[in-house]
Design a protein around this ligand. Sequence first.
Ligand code: CA
Length: 144
Amino acid sequence: MDPLNWRSSADIHGAPGGTDGVSYAEWKSANGITDDFGDPDGDGLSNLGEFASGSDFQVRGTGAGITGQVVNGVFEVEIQRNLRAVDEFDLVVESSEDLTSWANDGEYVSETNLGNGVGLVKYRVTMSGSPRKFVRARRMLRSP
Ligand SMILES: [Ca+2]
């Protein structure tokens, strides 16, 4: 087993002997969602994005989303993700100096389990002397 595929359990104390993952299809069915890109709470995050981040698709502004700050010349970004959904999504952090050319240079640092099925993943991006740098995070649904 590849340790890079390991993840935190969604709940504190884990789920020994079983999985605590929930597929996007199961979540959609349980919540009566038919539109992946619908936004019933009007917060700009699609239903698919709400599932991936572990926020409530019916309540605007639930969860931390994405935050960032410069620490000792390194940009650190924290991204909220649904720990029950991480088996289905890859998270990629990219940076750009011109919003045209993007580099997959986000370096994984750590993840904190917030204990409510949500984790905060920290990545760092080197500023490399550029006067400005843009950072984005992409969640990509894995192919079955
Ligand atoms: Ca939304």
